[in-house]
Design a protein around this ligand. Sequence first.
Ligand code: 0X9
Ligand code: ZN
Length: 517
Amino acid sequence: MRLLKISLALTLSVVCIAYPQAQQQQHAFVPGRTTTSNNNNNNNLENTGYARFDNEQVLRVQVSSMDELKQLEKTVEDQTLDLWSNLRIGTVDVRIPASGLDAFKAAIPFPSTVMIANVQDLVPEQAPAFNALNNNNNAQGWNFTNNTFWSSYHDLATLNNFTEAMVEQFPDLVSRTSLGRTYEGREVFGMTIHGYKRNAKAKRDDDDDDNEDVDFEELIEEVRSELGEEARSWWSWLFGSSSSEKHSFKKPSKPKKHPKAIVIHGGQHAREWIGPATVSYIAKELILGYGTSKKITELVDTFEFVIVPVLNADGYAYTWEHNRMWRKNRQPTAIPFCPGIDPNRNWGYMWNNGGSSGNPCSEAYHGPGPFAAKEPKMVADFITKKKNVVSYIDFHSYSQLWMTPFGGDCSKIPKDDEDIMEAGLGAAKSLRDVHGTKFAVGSVCNIIYQASGGSLDWTYAEGGVKYSYAVELRDTGLHGFLLPEEEILPSGEETFAGFVHLANFIRKREKQWGYMV
Ligand code: 0X9
Ligand code: ZN
């Protein structure tokens, strides 16, 4: 009886339950302060302590063959250039210092266009000094409901304060989740968002009513109509081919104690600021949507959403304090003047299997061994320990891609490829419906190029996370990593729509879990 009551309570989400209304209020909030420092190891610094990029260009190179791609890959490695977009046949964006332009053009004579003529022109708008001055970082409170928080980028302390504010303001819904500490000792943490209170209440009711009778036929009919046609296969398997076969069914298996989890983070690459901004927006929408939107309430009651705005906290802090273009983490390497492992080349599945570098000075340095970098290790440990993760999204920028496994072994296709692709295509469509922004969907191997040691490969192949993705957010190169602040909110809105589609897809497709609504 208890099982059926749980099924009933969790399945019939249409039955009205009085959800606590999300609080529409100002949240006490102490924003972080930005600092600059002269203590760094970059070449092109002025005495502000913040790296400059005068006359550096981003060139868009037209790559027409595999040979050309190999030639470009080698030149980037030899001249230690900074790839802005992924290596692929098609167009590839590369940042080149003024002094290196001639050498680059000599090595790569293929057609190219200038995407950004002077990188420095785009940096000041987002530099810390500008933010402190213009974006009210000293204000004592943010109103998250009017979205002003997403009209500017925020430093690590401010984003961390946002997370703490969410935990404080919505204690029944949001709890603080720590993944661990970075090399420099910063804590990487985020939020777990789940309708605890409502589920705790459902459980209490269930315990109270353990002996109450349930009309089996009514229950079956209600569940069937809620789940619709898609439920028939598992429903038939569970209960027989038709509800007319009275009482000939098996009881549903015991609902799982813990709901499935969806883990997302931004900021694996430090300079991709739109990632943390978008991920924090997703968290806010889930939190404020609970109790105000039926669809969001249902999802938050169904899944545990683990949301970590900034994974590579050391790198992100470094982009605010020293160098806007920093990508890697900040761990020391064998070369003292080239710190940093690319965390997204360091995951432990097919590590060092192409598309990464053994040179510590490279932006794609894969580290001395798999999981040598703290950031991938802490996420992998978290997922392994948690056991119930059904989806993982690693948010990057830029290029507008919704990518699926694999990237480290292009001879393999995931056995769940159809479901993963279907969910991804649906997410991209829902995303496009908001502002018309187009995202390409496909495996890393198919839409980019082999690149091993990436997060989604490990989460899928080793972490048991069926719906594993890497998403490259806006734009397609006009501003690249220096995406204007006016695009933060639209990016949040559209990405949230894609994310909701994905969660809903998983909820429907995977409803054989006893716990799922
Ligand atoms: O190179 C990357 O890690 C990602 N592109 S970015 O410009 N954001 O750096 C693409 C990640 C694709 N995934 C794997 N290579 N596994
Ligand atoms: Zn990235």
